[in-house]
Design a protein around this ligand. Structure first.
Ligand code: C2E
Ligand code: CA
Ligand code: CA
Ligand code: CA
Length: 269
């Protein structure tokens, strides 16, 4: 009995060891990719009602040497529950600011602003404030051209700390956008409490806005509420003119989606 117990234990150990090894290998690959410069940013235009570009959103991709171009849905989960998401986030913020500096010095068509997605772990990291200011300084980018996109779940966590952090960044000129609005535990009280500049209506409401009256009512309500609160509204995931026209009629002033432009490498913007 003792022997089989030992065997059983050994067998179990092997299975666990295998999972731990796989996990460690994934982490190692990810970190190596970060060091090897395999991550790149693509940029998607954001426009106003006249079609004028008012900024771009930076979206990360992994140029995998064997698997081709990978999208966030294919690799973010590897980093999500570890410090890798903070390392990736630091790189994204730095790279976005360096690109912004190049665009600002470019003659003719300067890019007016850049939006960067920030994960909860990254935002709540004790070094987030000093790193962000360092990155802006090192790149020589005006903080007023940077917008940070955060989701509700990030912001409602430790609300007092969060507001204090946002206020500091805002005092430097950085702006905030509330991403994926309506998909999380949206609380109207937070909309009032958080020092945000913009709300992004999630693509899931835009997708069927023409045929689904509930979705149309939700977007109208978000837009009306934001008008009262003095917040800009950006609709994401707009793919056709009918969607844009309906949103315009509802009072939405800023748009992002394949209709206005797909995410592209910086040289194509
Ligand atoms: P998100 O922040 O909601 O970004 C918008 C997503 O919708 C992007 O997907 C974009 O390519 C896609 N999209 C834009 N317009 C359209 C459209 O008209 N139709 C359709 N079907 N899709 C459209 P992407 O690039 O695959 O990114 C997915 C998510 O990954 C992002 O959603 C964001 O949550 C996350 N993500 C991307 N880059 C970063 C990053 O640098 N840091 C962090 N923390 N998250 C990121
Ligand atoms: Ca976003
Ligand atoms: Ca979204
Ligand atoms: Ca998002």
């Amino acid at each position: 009995a003792k022997a089989s117990g030992r065997n059983g234990l050994r067998f179990f150990d092997k299975g666990m060891q295998c999972r731990v090894n796989k996990r460690a290998a994934l982490d190692r690959d990810f970190r190596k990719a970060l060091q090897a410069g395999e991550f790149v940013l693509h940029y998607q235009p954001q426009v106003d009602q006249s079609g004028q570009m008012i900024g771009v959103e930076a979206l990360v991709r992994w140029r995998h040497p064997h698997r081709g171009l990978l999208y966030p849905s294919e690799f973010m989960w590897i980093a999500e529950d570890s410090n890798l998401i903070v390392e990736l986030g630091d790189w994204v913020l730095g790279q976005a600011c360096r690109q912004m500096a190049l665009w600002q010095r470019r003659a003719g068509r300067p890019v007016p602003g850049i939006s960067v997605n920030v994960s909860a772990r990254q935002f709540h990291h004790p070094e987030f404030l000093p790193r962000t200011i360092d990155v802006l300084r090192a790149a020589g980018v005006d903080p007023r051209s940077l917008k940070l996109e955060l989701t509700e779940s990030t912001l409602v966590d430790r609300i007092d700390d969060t507001v204090a952090k946002m206020d500091t960044l805002k005092s430097w000129g950085v702006r905030f956008s509330l991403d994926d609005f309506g998909t999380g535990y949206s609380s109207l009280a937070y909309l009032k409490r958080l020092p945000i500049d913009e709300v992004k209506i999630d693509r899931s409401f835009i997708q069927d806005i023409l045929c689904n009256q509930d979705d149309a009512a939700i977007s109208q309500t978000i837009i009306s509420l934001c008008q009262i609160l003095g917040l800009n509204v950006m609709a994401e995931g707009i793919e056709n003119e009918s969607q844009r026209d309906l949103l315009a009629k509802q009072g939405c002033k800023y748009y992002q989606g394949y209709l206005m432009g797909r995410p592209v490498p910086p040289e194509l913007l």
